[in-house]
Structures are given as structure tokens and as C-alpha cells.
Design a protein around this ligand. Sequence first.
Ligand SMILES: Nc1ncnc2c1ncn2[C@@H]1O[C@H](COP(=O)(O)OP(=O)(O)OP(=O)(O)O)[C@@H](O)[C@H]1O
Ligand code: SF4
Ligand SMILES: [Mg+2]
Length: 379
Amino acid sequence: MAETDEPQDATPNVSDVEVVDAHSEAEAVAAIDAPVERGEPILQVRNLVKHFPLTQGILFKRQIGAVKAVDGVSFDLYQGETLGIVGESGCGKSTVAKLLMNLERATAGEIFYKGQDITRLSGRALKAVRRNIQMVFQDPYTSLNPRMTVGDIIGEPFDIHPEVAPKGDRRRKVQELLDVVGLNPEYINRYPHQFSGGQRQRIGIARGLALNPEIIICDEPVSALDVSVQAQVINLMERLQDEFNLSYIFIAHDLSIVRHISDRVGVMYLGRIAEIGSDEQIYDHPTHPYTQALLSAVPVPDPEAREHRERIILTGDVPSPANPPSGCRFRTRCWKAQDKCAEEVPLLAIPESFKGSDTPAAHESACHFAEEKDVVHVA
Ligand SMILES: Nc1ncnc2c1ncn2[C@@H]1O[C@H](COP(=O)(O)OP(=O)(O)OP(=O)(O)O)[C@@H](O)[C@H]1O
Ligand code: SF4
Ligand SMILES: [Mg+2]
């Protein structure tokens, strides 16, 4: 394929989208509320693009370019699974999350939720999607309004969706949610500053659960917490996933945390997915040089394993998403880069050399020269 600024083609092993042809709003709402079998795709993201315009001038603003924050991202989320998304700061993780939440409008691409493209929905159908897809944010210190009681914070979504908890039933419902996330229901009248970081994140999770969603998008939900508290919150999230049949998108930059909770992992670099596969495929059989470099930097507790691992130090800064390199975006930092890497965009696909084989290395990797490298396994 010739070098192009166009987003990547749909990846070969994302599932076919069964578009639900809803003619009326009522049909769309019915499709959105219909259950999905465990293991079936619940969210199908196709060639998602978000470009933020770069403007110049104070009075007469003119566009001089664009920050290509997300530039052709495709993946599926299956019912009941956790899909981890990892990558360095600025690679576009939070922008993907905001697009999925409809908090940002996509420049191009589609997001199918149960066969309905949510980038085109409005009215009752969009409201139904918003109820079913919730978010838990990174910072439990700033994401909770300090002037609201915990009861008001957790119960606020009921103002928009009173059908989930009628007025007279709200207090009981909020106390039930506090109990579910391991907080004392009697704390309902306390304020956020009266809680620890871990407890505040539990409040954020309770709020995320309030409308009985099917998908929760977690944007760095434990990054601001102490390591010991991180494990407790992760364990809580795993328990809630089983209890409420939830599907998670779990965004983080810490590869070891993502492995702990994820069934599959997508590695992002400069607005695109570099490699995606099951946790075993990504952690034990990575084929993309960027994933290999990230894994080589993960702390290894075992001193002997640490001694034998090869540390790959990436040189150079991450290029600006306003002016990404031609061809492979990772080429300016890749030790394997060749002429082809500057000329042709590598598609996210199972590499030819692994096609048809049952090795765990046979998973999608956007590299012209994808091959396994013995990187020390993460515990
Ligand atoms: N509203 C905006 N206007 C302009 N540029 C933006 C906007 N939001 C994000 N960006 C840019 O888009 C790119 C991706 O940002 P994003 O926040 O999605 O990255 P991230 O992977 O979540 O990073 P981090 O790990 O630091 O949270 C960055 O270069 C960022 O500066
Ligand atoms: S396509 Fe080339 S530059 Fe990109 S990761 Fe592969 S070898 Fe490196
Ligand atoms: Mg972010």
C-alpha cells in the first residue's frame, strides 16, 4: 500500500458488523436495550478518527493544521470481557474514551453499539446508549464535586434517567450502591474530602454503576492511587464485572496492571493501534517493536529474570501528532526501521509469516517486519 494520510483499513479479524436497520427511534431504543450473549461483540469500533484543528490568529482564526489524536482505530469489545488499552502519554487513549462516550464528536469512523452507529444517533436512542455506557475517571480527587454529598454524587445520574430510580427510591438505591462498592451506606451524607483516595474511587465506581450500564470505560482508574490501594480497586472491579455482567475498556499506561485485569490488550502509538491480541499474545509473544520496548521497561521483581532480560531503550521523543512521520509512525524510534517503513503504512493485521499457524505470535501487529523477540515475561 502506498504511503497515505488516510486512516488504516478495517483490520482483518475484527468481526463483521451486523448493522441493525432501525427505522424509528423506538426500534433503535429496542435494539440498544436488547441483551447480547456473552462473548459476542457489544461494541465495534471502525476506523475511528479525531483530528483537533490547530488554529492561528486571535480575531481571524484560520486552521493551519490538525492534531491527529486518533487516526484510524478499529477494535471490537466482546460482552463480558476487559479490553486493555495501553500506550505512552498523548497517544490518544483518553480521546478514544471520549469518542466512545460521545463526549467528543468523531472526525470520521463509526462506533457500533449493538449494531447501531452511535456517532449518528440522537434523541431517545442516544440517551439509551449514554445510560448503557458509563465512565470511571482517573483522578478521584478532581472528578468528584467537593460541594456535593456522596449521596448526591452517586444519585446525580438518576436526574437524567429517573426511570432507573424514582425519586422516593433514590436514597435506598444509593445506599445499596455504597454497599456494593464496599463503603458504609451510612456515609451517604458525607463529602468527598472525608474519604481516602481509594474510597473516592469506589464512589466514582458506584456512580458509574448507578444506571446499570453494560459497558464501563475506565480511563486510568487506579493511576492516581497507591499501589496497595490499586490492587483493592482492581479486585473490586473484577468482582463487579462478574456480578453485573459488565464489559470493560481499561485504559492505562502501566502494562502490569493492564495484564492483571485484561482479557485482551491493544497497544496504541501516536493515534493508532500498533498491536492487539490476548494478554498471553501481547505479553509473552509480542511481535511489534514498540510493544517489545514497552515490555522491556516493565519492572521485573525476580532478580534472576531481571539480569537476563534485554532492556530496549527507545531514543528520541514521541513525534508530534500534528505532524506524524510518514509510513510507520514508530519508525523514528524503531531500531529495525528500513526504507519501506517510511514509504508504506503497515496495516494492523496478522503478519504473513505467522498466517495459518497456531502460534500465539499470530495476532494483529502493524509492522512490516513483525517477529517475536524474547522479552522477559511480566509476572
Ligand atoms: N481538546 C483538544 N484540543 C487539542 N488537542 C487535544 C485535545 N485533547 C487532546 N488533544 C491532544 O491529542 C493527543 C492525544 O491526547 P489524549 O489525552 O487522548 O492522550 P492520552 O493517551 O490519554 O494521554 P495521557 O496518558 O497523558 O492521558 C495529545 O497530543 C493531546 O495534546
Ligand atoms: S514497520 Fe518498520 S519502523 Fe514500524 S515498527 Fe515495523 S520495523 Fe519498526
Ligand atoms: Mg489520558
